[in-house]
Design a protein around this ligand. Structure first.
Ligand code: CMC
Length: 447
């Protein structure tokens, strides 16, 4: 029985040149599947009725060829190295915008007007404190608790103190809920750091904007205030902008998946934090620094490291390299590489890890293994070096990534919730386990 899928050659009426339908032939049966084309001309075959009509499902392990939703938030062209938030190129945002303005672009769909921005800033400022009872939750964690575990648990705990804002429906309500979450996550992040080093919580300062206030809560001490250098504030702001969204990555898909069950905003975002924690996702920025530190400490030659990561038996990867979507370059890495030089120069820091990173990049990009697999530095390759220069310890890197990603998660959660046709996310599977067999009583089991 031959089974093939073909795209017929009828063109769409809007002149984009895509067929209106795909024709699927499964043995004797054939069916037409609608073709959906996005605003950036990305064509997709809509298979949502496939099983009902043919009994077949599609199989795509790891979802590398599956569009899980239609989304109007972020566009990536992995071949061309393009990343845009609501249509605005990441390069322009990194140069001209601020994290708060970019967050509003993502969450509300457009760049804010002055009054809109002022109102959102007011919400952020008015909600930067945490309920005092949340201290007891912090006290329950051991001193070496991973900050990502604290962050996820505390977001859920915090939800219990703000139940009014868990399922925002109207626009004003949603703006308040989004601002509260963004503001308090920053305070939790700083408090989890203070907890991990045994220092007292530092209360936020009413007069400081978002990023400067975070640095104050991280680095001030009751008897020694920390005044952040504007270059440091700018560098961190840029890192947050570059991490603010990245379409259907693992953690954002998690937030959408959890949100699709109509779970509340806080629960969905807490799940996103857990997904981001993994070393193949947000945790890679820590793995990069550990790898660079290890190379520096051992004095190992860069060529040896590259040989090791190419050897499949070594089970080692070049951390900060490769991406599921970018097959040319990651535009975020390009911006951060330039920012790295700038910030370190401005702060008068010479970091030998930056030299090693540059050598690794040069060597890898000349190597057939990396070239043929289209493996380039990703956002995590240089971000850790900047964070180190700012004074942020490695165990906080993924927390910083989370602070940056909150707007993207909020925007995606909202998109799921605001869609009147949204259904619970429920993928299928191809079962490959044992076929039916009887229950064997304990005394008859071999082992
Ligand atoms: N070092 C060495 N080989 C690699 C690497 C790497 N970093 N990444 C991929 N490969 C090889 C892989 O072994 C495979 O080779 P082969 O075809 O011979 O089996 C081929 O390239 C394709 O790899 P894959 O695992 O199928 O690619 P993927 O799309 O499933 O994985 C990735 C993407 C980012 C998880 C992977 O490239 C990786 O593990 N990179 C290192 C971790 C990292 O930096 N993660 C941060 C991602 S960016 C931040 C974010 O958005 O979360």
């Amino acid at each position: 029985m031959s089974e093939k899928i073909t795209l017929n050659n009828r063109t769409t009426t809007d002149g984009k040149g895509f067929p209106e339908k795909a024709q699927l032939i499964l043995g004797e049966k054939s069916m037409e599947l609608p073709v959906v084309v996005g605003t950036e001309n990305e064509p997709a075959v809509d298979i949502s009725k496939l099983r009902a009509q043919t009994g077949y499902i599609t199989l795509d392990d790891g979802y590398s060829n599956t569009g899980s939703c239609k989304s109007a938030i972020t566009f990536i062209d992995g071949e061309k190295g393009v990343l845009r938030y609501r249509g605005v190129p990441i390069e322009e945002l990194a140069e001209k915008s601020t994290f708060i303005e970019t967050a509003m672009l993502l969450i509300f769909g457009g760049l804010p007007t002055q009054p809109h921005l002022a109102e959102f800033r007011r919400i952020l400022t008015d909600n930067e404190f945490l309920h005092e009872d949340l201290r007891h939750h912090f006290e329950g964690f051991p001193p070496n608790a991973p900050p990502m575990a604290i962050l996820s648990a505390m977001i859920n705990a915090m939800g219990c103190f703000q139940q009014k804002w868990l399922l925002p429906e109207e626009d004003n309500h949603f703006m308040e809920a989004a601002g509260r979450l963004m503001s308090k996550v920053r305070t939790i992040a700083a408090a989890s750091y203070k907890k991990s080093i045994g220092q007292p919580w530092i209360y936020p300062r009413y007069d400081l904007p978002y990023v400067a206030n975070f640095l104050h809560m991280m680095f001030s001490q009751p008897y020694r205030p920390y005044e952040p250098d504007p270059a440091v504030v700018k560098a961190l702001d840029q890192i947050l902008i570059l991490h603010a969204d990245h379409e259907q990555n693992c953690s954002t898909s998690t937030v959408r998946m959890v949100g699709s069950s109509q779970a509340n905003l806080y629960a969905s975002v807490a799940a996103g934090v857990c997904a981001l924690w993994g070393p193949l996702h947000g945790g890679a920025n820590v793995a990069v620094i550990e790898m660079l530190e290890q190379i520096h400490a051992s004095g190992e030659k860069v060529e040896n490291v590259i040989a090791k990561v190419k050897d499949k038996d070594s089970k080692t990867r070049l951390m900060g390299f490769g991406h599921r979507v970018y097959k040319n370059f990651d535009p975020r890495a390009k911006i951060l590489k330039a920012a790295c030089d700038k910030v370190l120069n401005k702060l008068g820091i010479h970091d030998p890890l930056l030299d090693i990173a540059k050598q690794l990049e040069e060597t890898a990009l000349r190597d057939e293994y990396f070239v043929s697999r289209k493996l380039y530095p990703n956002v995590d390759f240089y971000s850790g070096i900047i964070l180190r220069a700012i004074g942020i310890p490695a165990n906080m890197f993924t927390v910083i990534f989370s602070i940056g990603r909150i707007p993207g998660w909020i925007a995606n959660w909202r998109e799921v919730h605001a869609d009147p046709e949204a259904r619970i996310y429920r993928p299928r599977q191809v079962y490959v386990g044992p076929t039916q067999r009887p229950y064997v009583p304990m005394e008859q089991r071999n082992r």
